[in-house]
Design a protein around this ligand. Structure first.
Ligand code: G1P
Length: 296
Protein backbone atom coordinates (compact mmCIF):
# COMPACT_ATOMS: atom_id res chain seq x y z
CA UNK A 1 0.00 0.00 0.00
CA UNK A 2 1.24 3.49 -0.83
CA UNK A 3 2.08 6.16 1.73
CA UNK A 4 -0.56 8.67 2.73
CA UNK A 5 -0.10 11.94 0.86
CA UNK A 6 -3.73 13.12 0.67
CA UNK A 7 -5.97 14.64 3.31
CA UNK A 8 -9.66 15.52 3.12
CA UNK A 9 -11.07 18.49 5.03
CA UNK A 10 -14.86 18.52 5.16
CA UNK A 11 -15.67 22.24 5.49
CA UNK A 12 -19.22 22.46 4.22
CA UNK A 13 -20.95 22.67 7.64
CA UNK A 14 -23.14 25.70 8.36
CA UNK A 15 -21.67 26.60 11.76
CA UNK A 16 -25.05 27.56 13.24
CA UNK A 17 -23.65 27.38 16.78
CA UNK A 18 -21.53 30.45 16.07
CA UNK A 19 -24.17 32.67 14.51
CA UNK A 20 -24.12 35.58 13.90
CA UNK A 21 -20.30 35.37 13.49
CA UNK A 22 -20.74 32.68 10.83
CA UNK A 23 -23.53 34.39 8.88
CA UNK A 24 -21.10 35.56 6.17
CA UNK A 25 -17.86 33.94 7.38
CA UNK A 26 -17.11 30.19 7.29
CA UNK A 27 -16.79 28.76 10.83
CA UNK A 28 -13.47 27.20 9.79
CA UNK A 29 -11.99 30.70 9.55
CA UNK A 30 -12.77 31.57 13.17
CA UNK A 31 -9.32 32.45 14.52
CA UNK A 32 -7.41 31.20 17.52
CA UNK A 33 -6.05 34.72 18.10
CA UNK A 34 -4.53 35.26 14.63
CA UNK A 35 -4.72 31.92 12.82
CA UNK A 36 -7.93 30.31 11.55
CA UNK A 37 -8.74 26.88 13.01
CA UNK A 38 -8.68 25.29 9.54
CA UNK A 39 -5.07 26.45 9.12
CA UNK A 40 -4.06 24.57 12.28
CA UNK A 41 -5.61 21.40 10.81
CA UNK A 42 -3.83 21.98 7.48
CA UNK A 43 -0.50 22.49 9.28
CA UNK A 44 -1.11 19.26 11.22
CA UNK A 45 -1.64 17.39 7.94
CA UNK A 46 1.44 18.94 6.29
CA UNK A 47 3.47 18.11 9.40
CA UNK A 48 2.43 14.48 8.90
CA UNK A 49 3.87 14.48 5.35
CA UNK A 50 0.66 15.20 3.45
CA UNK A 51 1.08 17.12 0.20
CA UNK A 52 -2.42 17.15 -1.35
CA UNK A 53 -5.18 18.93 0.50
CA UNK A 54 -8.74 18.23 -0.60
CA UNK A 55 -11.33 20.66 0.79
CA UNK A 56 -14.98 19.64 0.56
CA UNK A 57 -16.76 22.98 0.59
CA UNK A 58 -20.35 24.18 0.34
CA UNK A 59 -22.26 27.41 -0.06
CA UNK A 60 -20.71 30.47 1.59
CA UNK A 61 -17.26 28.86 1.83
CA UNK A 62 -15.44 30.79 -0.86
CA UNK A 63 -13.32 32.50 1.80
CA UNK A 64 -11.76 29.13 2.73
CA UNK A 65 -10.49 28.87 -0.86
CA UNK A 66 -9.26 32.46 -0.76
CA UNK A 67 -7.38 31.80 2.47
CA UNK A 68 -5.35 29.00 0.87
CA UNK A 69 -4.91 30.79 -2.47
CA UNK A 70 -2.11 33.23 -3.30
CA UNK A 71 -2.95 36.93 -2.77
CA UNK A 72 -0.37 38.69 -4.91
CA UNK A 73 -1.80 42.16 -4.36
CA UNK A 74 -1.56 41.82 -0.58
CA UNK A 75 1.93 40.31 -0.87
CA UNK A 76 3.25 43.18 -2.99
CA UNK A 77 1.65 45.78 -0.69
CA UNK A 78 3.29 44.18 2.34
CA UNK A 79 6.66 44.13 0.56
CA UNK A 80 6.28 47.79 -0.48
CA UNK A 81 5.67 48.66 3.18
CA UNK A 82 8.83 46.78 4.23
CA UNK A 83 6.83 44.03 5.95
CA UNK A 84 8.67 41.06 4.50
CA UNK A 85 8.03 38.84 7.51
CA UNK A 86 4.28 39.30 7.12
CA UNK A 87 4.58 38.76 3.37
CA UNK A 88 6.36 35.45 4.01
CA UNK A 89 3.77 34.48 6.61
CA UNK A 90 0.97 35.02 4.10
CA UNK A 91 2.83 33.42 1.20
CA UNK A 92 3.77 30.26 3.12
CA UNK A 93 0.29 29.37 4.33
CA UNK A 94 0.51 26.67 1.67
CA UNK A 95 4.20 25.76 1.41
CA UNK A 96 5.87 24.85 -1.87
CA UNK A 97 5.18 21.31 -2.95
CA UNK A 98 1.72 21.26 -1.35
CA UNK A 99 -1.38 21.57 -3.53
CA UNK A 100 -5.05 22.27 -2.83
CA UNK A 101 -8.13 20.85 -4.52
CA UNK A 102 -11.62 22.18 -3.85
CA UNK A 103 -14.66 20.03 -4.41
CA UNK A 104 -18.19 21.01 -3.65
CA UNK A 105 -20.74 19.14 -1.53
CA UNK A 106 -23.93 20.22 -3.29
CA UNK A 107 -26.26 19.36 -0.40
CA UNK A 108 -25.57 18.99 3.35
CA UNK A 109 -26.23 15.23 3.46
CA UNK A 110 -23.82 14.40 6.28
CA UNK A 111 -20.15 13.81 7.05
CA UNK A 112 -20.07 10.47 5.22
CA UNK A 113 -21.49 12.12 2.12
CA UNK A 114 -18.93 14.95 2.39
CA UNK A 115 -16.08 12.43 2.46
CA UNK A 116 -17.61 10.61 -0.52
CA UNK A 117 -17.63 13.90 -2.48
CA UNK A 118 -13.81 13.80 -2.22
CA UNK A 119 -13.60 10.38 -3.94
CA UNK A 120 -12.78 11.69 -7.45
CA UNK A 121 -9.92 13.78 -6.03
CA UNK A 122 -8.58 11.01 -3.78
CA UNK A 123 -8.85 8.17 -6.29
CA UNK A 124 -7.64 4.71 -5.36
CA UNK A 125 -5.35 5.95 -2.58
CA UNK A 126 -5.34 5.86 1.20
CA UNK A 127 -6.09 9.24 2.77
CA UNK A 128 -6.51 11.12 6.04
CA UNK A 129 -9.61 13.03 7.14
CA UNK A 130 -9.37 16.00 9.50
CA UNK A 131 -12.32 17.83 11.06
CA UNK A 132 -11.11 21.34 11.81
CA UNK A 133 -13.54 21.77 14.73
CA UNK A 134 -11.37 19.34 16.66
CA UNK A 135 -8.44 21.60 17.44
CA UNK A 136 -5.36 19.64 18.55
CA UNK A 137 -2.31 20.92 20.38
CA UNK A 138 0.75 19.01 21.49
CA UNK A 139 4.18 17.67 20.63
CA UNK A 140 2.77 14.77 18.59
CA UNK A 141 -0.44 15.48 16.73
CA UNK A 142 -2.93 12.74 15.87
CA UNK A 143 -2.53 12.82 12.08
CA UNK A 144 1.22 12.16 12.37
CA UNK A 145 0.47 9.29 14.78
CA UNK A 146 -2.17 7.84 12.40
CA UNK A 147 0.10 8.11 9.35
CA UNK A 148 2.97 6.45 11.25
CA UNK A 149 0.67 3.61 12.35
CA UNK A 150 -0.56 3.23 8.76
CA UNK A 151 3.06 2.97 7.58
CA UNK A 152 3.55 0.08 10.00
CA UNK A 153 0.33 -1.66 9.01
CA UNK A 154 -1.97 -0.25 6.29
CA UNK A 155 -5.57 -0.28 7.54
CA UNK A 156 -8.40 2.08 8.50
CA UNK A 157 -7.46 3.94 11.66
CA UNK A 158 -9.22 6.20 14.17
CA UNK A 159 -7.87 8.54 16.80
CA UNK A 160 -9.67 8.02 20.12
CA UNK A 161 -9.78 9.39 23.66
CA UNK A 162 -11.80 8.54 26.72
CA UNK A 163 -14.72 10.87 27.49
CA UNK A 164 -17.02 11.13 30.51
CA UNK A 165 -20.31 9.20 30.59
CA UNK A 166 -22.19 12.51 30.13
CA UNK A 167 -20.32 13.17 26.88
CA UNK A 168 -20.76 9.88 25.01
CA UNK A 169 -23.89 11.16 23.24
CA UNK A 170 -21.78 13.80 21.43
CA UNK A 171 -19.40 11.40 19.66
CA UNK A 172 -18.90 8.24 17.66
CA UNK A 173 -18.28 5.67 20.41
CA UNK A 174 -16.12 2.57 20.00
CA UNK A 175 -17.04 -1.02 20.56
CA UNK A 176 -13.44 -1.88 21.42
CA UNK A 177 -11.69 -5.22 21.12
CA UNK A 178 -8.23 -6.08 22.39
CA UNK A 179 -5.34 -3.64 22.70
CA UNK A 180 -2.34 -5.14 20.88
CA UNK A 181 1.33 -5.02 21.89
CA UNK A 182 1.76 -2.22 19.30
CA UNK A 183 -0.71 -0.06 21.29
CA UNK A 184 -3.43 -0.35 18.62
CA UNK A 185 -6.94 -1.13 19.80
CA UNK A 186 -8.93 -3.37 17.50
CA UNK A 187 -12.33 -1.87 16.71
CA UNK A 188 -15.39 -4.14 16.66
CA UNK A 189 -17.87 -1.37 15.89
CA UNK A 190 -18.64 2.34 16.13
CA UNK A 191 -21.95 3.76 17.35
CA UNK A 192 -22.75 7.35 16.39
CA UNK A 193 -23.83 9.49 19.34
CA UNK A 194 -25.37 6.77 21.52
CA UNK A 195 -27.49 7.47 24.60
CA UNK A 196 -25.45 7.10 27.79
CA UNK A 197 -27.08 3.73 28.63
CA UNK A 198 -26.44 2.34 25.12
CA UNK A 199 -22.79 3.37 24.82
CA UNK A 200 -20.55 0.33 24.29
CA UNK A 201 -17.57 2.12 25.93
CA UNK A 202 -16.35 5.62 26.78
CA UNK A 203 -13.79 5.67 23.97
CA UNK A 204 -14.77 8.44 21.55
CA UNK A 205 -13.57 8.81 17.99
CA UNK A 206 -12.36 12.36 17.33
CA UNK A 207 -12.08 14.17 14.05
CA UNK A 208 -8.93 12.47 12.79
CA UNK A 209 -9.04 9.38 10.59
CA UNK A 210 -7.03 7.43 8.05
CA UNK A 211 -8.88 5.36 5.47
CA UNK A 212 -8.13 2.94 2.69
CA UNK A 213 -10.11 3.71 -0.49
CA UNK A 214 -12.45 0.82 0.44
CA UNK A 215 -14.37 3.30 2.61
CA UNK A 216 -15.76 4.95 -0.55
CA UNK A 217 -17.34 1.65 -1.68
CA UNK A 218 -19.03 1.32 1.73
CA UNK A 219 -20.18 4.98 1.78
CA UNK A 220 -21.83 4.52 -1.64
CA UNK A 221 -24.09 1.81 -0.23
CA UNK A 222 -25.19 3.65 2.93
CA UNK A 223 -28.71 4.81 3.65
CA UNK A 224 -29.20 7.92 5.81
CA UNK A 225 -28.51 7.14 9.50
CA UNK A 226 -28.61 9.28 12.68
CA UNK A 227 -30.16 12.71 11.97
CA UNK A 228 -31.20 11.59 8.46
CA UNK A 229 -27.58 11.99 7.31
CA UNK A 230 -25.08 9.68 5.58
CA UNK A 231 -22.83 9.03 8.57
CA UNK A 232 -19.10 8.40 8.31
CA UNK A 233 -19.48 6.47 11.58
CA UNK A 234 -21.82 3.97 9.86
CA UNK A 235 -19.21 3.25 7.19
CA UNK A 236 -16.56 2.81 9.91
CA UNK A 237 -18.95 0.49 11.78
CA UNK A 238 -19.31 -1.75 8.72
CA UNK A 239 -15.56 -1.85 8.12
CA UNK A 240 -15.03 -2.59 11.83
CA UNK A 241 -17.46 -5.51 11.76
CA UNK A 242 -15.31 -6.94 8.97
CA UNK A 243 -12.23 -6.56 11.22
CA UNK A 244 -10.74 -3.75 9.13
CA UNK A 245 -10.44 -0.90 11.65
CA UNK A 246 -8.04 -0.15 14.50
CA UNK A 247 -7.76 2.82 16.84
CA UNK A 248 -4.92 4.67 18.50
CA UNK A 249 -5.05 6.92 21.53
CA UNK A 250 -4.99 10.61 20.67
CA UNK A 251 -1.50 11.75 21.72
CA UNK A 252 -2.47 15.44 22.03
CA UNK A 253 -4.74 17.86 23.85
CA UNK A 254 -8.06 18.27 22.04
CA UNK A 255 -10.41 21.26 22.09
CA UNK A 256 -13.93 21.07 20.76
CA UNK A 257 -13.98 24.27 18.71
CA UNK A 258 -17.45 23.35 17.47
CA UNK A 259 -18.72 24.56 20.85
CA UNK A 260 -18.37 28.09 22.16
CA UNK A 261 -16.90 26.99 25.47
CA UNK A 262 -14.39 24.66 23.79
CA UNK A 263 -13.40 27.50 21.46
CA UNK A 264 -12.95 29.88 24.39
CA UNK A 265 -10.83 27.28 26.23
CA UNK A 266 -8.66 26.81 23.14
CA UNK A 267 -8.04 30.56 22.92
CA UNK A 268 -7.22 30.88 26.63
CA UNK A 269 -4.80 27.91 26.57
CA UNK A 270 -3.23 29.12 23.34
CA UNK A 271 -2.67 32.58 24.83
CA UNK A 272 -1.18 31.03 27.97
CA UNK A 273 1.27 29.03 25.83
CA UNK A 274 2.09 31.90 23.46
CA UNK A 275 5.57 33.40 23.99
CA UNK A 276 4.33 36.92 23.11
CA UNK A 277 1.24 36.96 25.32
CA UNK A 278 1.82 34.53 28.16
CA UNK A 279 3.16 36.94 30.79
CA UNK A 280 0.77 39.78 30.06
CA UNK A 281 -2.18 37.41 29.81
CA UNK A 282 -1.34 35.77 33.15
CA UNK A 283 -1.13 39.22 34.76
CA UNK A 284 -4.51 40.08 33.29
CA UNK A 285 -6.10 36.86 34.58
CA UNK A 286 -4.62 37.39 38.06
CA UNK A 287 -5.93 40.94 38.04
CA UNK A 288 -9.41 39.82 36.98
CA UNK A 289 -9.49 36.98 39.51
CA UNK A 290 -8.61 39.20 42.46
CA UNK A 291 -10.34 42.37 41.31
CA UNK A 292 -13.68 43.75 42.47
CA UNK A 293 -16.73 41.67 41.47
CA UNK A 294 -14.82 38.37 41.41
CA UNK A 295 -15.88 36.95 44.74
CA UNK A 296 -18.14 34.22 43.27
C1 G1P B 1 -18.47 14.03 14.02
C2 G1P B 1 -18.57 12.50 13.86
C3 G1P B 1 -18.44 11.80 15.22
C4 G1P B 1 -17.15 12.26 15.90
C5 G1P B 1 -17.12 13.79 16.00
C6 G1P B 1 -15.77 14.24 16.54
O1 G1P B 1 -19.61 14.50 14.68
O2 G1P B 1 -19.80 12.18 13.24
O3 G1P B 1 -18.42 10.40 15.05
O4 G1P B 1 -17.07 11.69 17.20
O5 G1P B 1 -17.30 14.39 14.72
O6 G1P B 1 -15.74 15.60 16.76
P1 G1P B 1 -20.03 16.07 14.70
O7 G1P B 1 -19.34 16.65 15.90
O8 G1P B 1 -19.57 16.66 13.41
O9 G1P B 1 -21.51 16.08 14.86
Amino acid sequence: MTRITKAVFPVAGLGTRFLPATKAMPKELLPIIDKPIIQFAVEEAIGAGITELVFVTGRNKRAVGDHFDANLELESQLLAKGKKELRDLVRNIVPEGVSCIFVRQPEPLGLGHAVLCAAPAVGNNPFAVLLADDFMQGETLPTAALVAAFDQKPQNLLSVSEVSAEEVSKYGILRPGERGADGLISVKGLVEKPAREDAPSRLASFGRYVFTPEVFAVLRTLKPGAGGEIQLADAIDQLAEAGKVAAISNPSQRYDCGSKFGYLTAIVDHALAHPDYRTRFLDLLRDRLTGPGCSQ
